[in-house]
Design a protein around this ligand. Structure first.
Ligand code: CTP
Length: 397
């Protein structure tokens, strides 16, 4: 939520200016108050009448009001705002911001801004990739400005996508996440997360395992911690580097049974749980005490089903507790995921796509759909960190 947050929205002369309307709607729907400051070029793309109708506030664009000559104070705007967001931001405005060229109301407002500043660049691929633009971005970042990466959205895999302004929903998410982290808004939450693979012993040297790296689970733990929650991470065997935090407690486990024991023990004291682990569905019926020798032409391994941890936790769930699971499906994905949502008594299920390039095991990006009883939200391809932030935002919305 952005409830009560006062946002100065700077609009510049880009073809993406039309998206400012959607962005305003998004911000207001989440509870923000929006004051538009527009550049002269911005007005060529979108009229102040439309913008003021959406924000219910006169649009600021000149130093003086043309009606009565009254002075528009950029200093007051700088003090009023909880955040300044410039979207879309052209290469020209990026350059002026970086070098203090205060020739319009938007730049003077930026120079007077006391609140954090976010910039969503919008330009063509070559302009975005140009060394001047990249240098300006680095300069602004070094001064604490947050750049909302363009083109990591729907068209990320195609060249013409780079430079394209990030989608309004994602821009609003980034802002929301920034405030959530600053305010530590999950400080009363205790979140249990299962992550990584399980190893099911065959004999003292062999096991049945899977390719899960635990990265998604760790990203979820970090996203919770950044918002102030305490995290109980139940982690299968991985080679992850885990940065210690006073808010993080790790329980290392190996088998599905050990993970089950830890999860059912820790869940009653948790306010929420996210079942992210890739748990083995079957485990060897007997574990050989000594290394199995190579004998005969074939080997038959008898397996028994493991216990479904998510379903067990779902049964224990009290009304006020939230439970999120994951689903990895190869066919009829939505249907199967929805069936798991209700069968395991989950509040939300994250559907992983294996079909998409850049999604799944051992990579740093993922493409998922968030499913609740009342909504289905497909997200674009994004980093596991961003996916985690989106999952947490939806689960605790
Ligand atoms: N899960 C679990 N314990 C198990 C198996 C799965 O906690 N023994 C959890 C996973 O962490 C995930 C969800 O259940 O959150 C769905 O896992 P998935 O493997 O997709 O589902 P299964 O129930 O195993 O169904 P299937 O393999 O038939 O698709």
């Amino acid at each position: 939520m952005l409830k009560g947050k006062k946002i100065v929205l700077g609009i510049t002369g880009s073809i993406a200016a039309y998206k400012a309307c959607l962005l305003i709607r998004c911000l207001i729907k989440r509870g923000a108050e929006v004051q538009v400051v527009i550049t002269p070029a911005g007005k060529e793309f979108i009229t102040p009448v439309t913008l003021s109708a959406l924000t219910q506030k006169p649009v600021v664009s000149e130093f003086f009001s043309q009606k009565d000559g009254s002075w528009h104070s950029h200093v007051d705007l700088g003090l009023w705002a909880d955040a300044m967001l410039i979207a879309p931001c052209t290469a020209s405005t990026l350059g002026k911001m970086a070098h203090g060229i205060a020739d319009n109301m938007l730049i003077t407002t930026y120079l007077s801004m006391k609140a954090p500043v976010f910039v969503a660049p919008a330009m063509d691929l070559d302009m975005y990739a140009h060394a001047s633009t990249q240098d300006n971005i680095k300069l602004l970042q070094s001064r604490g400005v947050t750049i909302i990466e363009p083109g990591t959205g729907f068209l990320a895999s195609t060249l013409e996508g780079k430079g394209r302004m990030q989608e309004p929903e994602q821009i609003a998410n980034e802002l929301e996440n920034w405030f959530a982290q600053r305010d530590g808004d999950l400080k009363n939450q205790r979140v249990m997360i299962t992550a990584g693979p399980t190893f099911e012993k065959i004999d003292p040297v062999r096991f049945i395992g899977n390719h899960s790296s635990g990265k998604m689970g760790l990203a979820l733990a970090q996203a919770c911690i950044r918002r102030g929650a305490r995290v109980e991470l139940i982690l299968g065997p991985t080679s992850l580097d885990i940065t210690p935090s006073p808010l993080l407690h790790v329980t290392n486990v190996e088998s599905a049974q050990e993970m089950y024991d830890a999860a059912t023990r820790l869940f009653p004291d948790s306010t929420a749980a996210i079942m992210c682990a890739a748990v083995a569905d079957f485990t060897p019926a007997d574990v050989a005490e000594e290394k199995i020798k190579r004998e005969g032409n074939q080997m038959i391994l008898h397996l028994n089903p493991t216990r479904d941890i998510a379903a067990a936790v779902g049964k224990m769930k009290r009304n006020e507790q939230k439970l999120c699971g994951f689903a990895l499906e190869t066919h009829n994905a939505l249907e199967h995921a929805k069936e798991k949502l209700s069968r395991k008594n989950l509040d939300m299920i994250v559907l992983n796509s294996l079909q998409d390039k850049g999604a799944g095991f051992r990579v740093d990006t993922n493409k998922v759909t968030l499913i609740t009883a009342s909504s289905t939200t497909p997200l674009p391809l994004m980093s596991k960190q961003e996916v985690a932030e989106n999952i947490i935002a939806k689960l605790f919305a």
